[in-house]
Ligand binder design. Structure first.
Ligand SMILES: [Zn+2]
Length: 369
């Protein structure tokens, strides 16, 4: 999407914190949400930061904090967490960790954080969906859709042919484990509809967060909704500036994650429009329905572009990269873009609007059904 459109779309949202974002090592109180602080960690990618949240809490009679998400495993992030612990949390301990989903920027430091805050008297537990817990444990120990031989073969079957790109994908088999070397051995399973209570300082009773499972971006992503105060910790399901990555990977070649993602968005659209959305990337905003409508329209436009191209001639996912992404892509971006291109093709194929054929070269080509 051209950046002018993106700026125009961003202007349609309301950012209650303005340009203010937390500095490294700062836990910034969220205006209007008592007991909730905003922490931001750097990421070494084009997407250069992640938002994390600290919620005032009390567990087993012990006052402290619940953290939502962690940042990736590296020294900078650990140092900045230590700074937050020293100055940002009123001297209180971290009691538990909620992880929205298995991606490295969200779960990376979970192992370190839960150990850091486990003592003889208290076990700091990670809460996460069962699906993402298991997916993260497997991914941290083996090659998965992020790189390696199986990923390279899968990309080749969708038309990626540059030997250089193939080599790089093959070599990236430790991509996930480099950022998530370990996952906590134990977890508490979060399921759709669960209520997670945290504290509101001042004795106005607990904050009640409802876990909302969302699909298509991660195996089973959990967002947290406080209906009473009108706050949604959206994770990666709804982001204000960029569209959420929805990819097909080699572990499930025929998957239709876009259909799942769009269904999940439709469900979130039923929440009140004035909901304060706390996203994992970008700034807290209001305008949930408008943003979901923008995202839905964005995917509809892409579906139309894919259909137009397939009407002219059969297309592979690789053929569609210049149609869907009108900018040069480096290798990291190319693998994500391939995953997204396959996601659009698979969605139209599952809807019966496209059919696919596999040529003698082993490559899938999609044409009008
Ligand atoms: Zn994610």
């Amino acid at each position: 999407m051209p950046s002018a459109d993106k700026n125009e779309q961003e202007r349609q949202l309301d950012y209650p914190m303005g340009e203010r974002v937390p500095q490294p090592g700062e836990a910034l109180p969220m205006a209007g949400v008592d007991g909730l602080r905003w922490v931001r960690m750097q990421l070494p990618f084009a997407l250069d930061h992640i938002n994390l949240w600290a919620l005032r809490d009390e567990l087993d009679g012990r006052p402290g904090w619940t953290l939502v998400d962690c940042g990736i495993t590296n020294e900078t992030t650990r140092t900045q967490w230590e700074q937050v612990f020293a100055t940002g949390l009123d001297g209180l301990p971290v009691l538990r960790l909620l992880v929205t989903h298995m991606h490295p920027d969200h779960i990376g430091l979970a192992h370190w954080l839960t150990r850091r805050w486990t003592s003889a008297e208290h076990e700091c537990r990670m809460w996460i969906s069962g699906t993402d817990f298991n997916a993260a444990r497997i991914a941290s120990q083996s090659t998965t859709g992020f790189g390696g031989e199986a990923a390279a073969r899968f990309m080749a079957s969708h038309g990626l042919s540059s030997p250089e790109a193939m080599d790089k994908i093959r070599q990236r088999s430790n991509y996930y484990s480099s950022m998530v070397p370990q996952v906590p051995e134990r977890h508490r399973r979060l399921m759709d509809g669960d209520t997670v209570c945290t504290s509101i300082p001042g004795g106005t009773g607990p904050a009640r967060w409802t876990a909302l499972a969302g699909y298509g971006h991660a195996p089973e992503h959990i967002s947290l909704h406080d209906a009473e105060r009108g706050v949604l910790i959206s994770g990666d399901m709804v982001l204000p500036r960029i569209s959420t990555n929805v990819s097909v990977i080699d572990l499930e070649p025929e998957a239709d994650p876009l259909a799942l993602y769009l269904q999940s968005l439709a469900r979130l659209r039923a929440l009140p429009d004035e909901t304060l959305v706390l996203p994992s990337h970008g700034r807290p905003f209001r305008g949930l329905r408008r943003r979901i409508d923008q995202l839905t329209a964005h995917h509809d436009e892409r579906f139309a572009e894919v259909m137009r191209a397939c009407r002219a001639a059969p297309q592979t996912a690789a053929d569609l990269l210049p149609v869907l992404f009108r900018r040069p892509l480096d290798l990291h971006q190319t693998t994500f873009a391939m995953g997204e291109s396959i996601a659009h093709l698979n969605a139209l194929w599952h809807r019966g609007q496209l059919r696919r054929n596999r040529g003698a070269d082993g490559v899938f080509r999609f044409s009008i059904a």
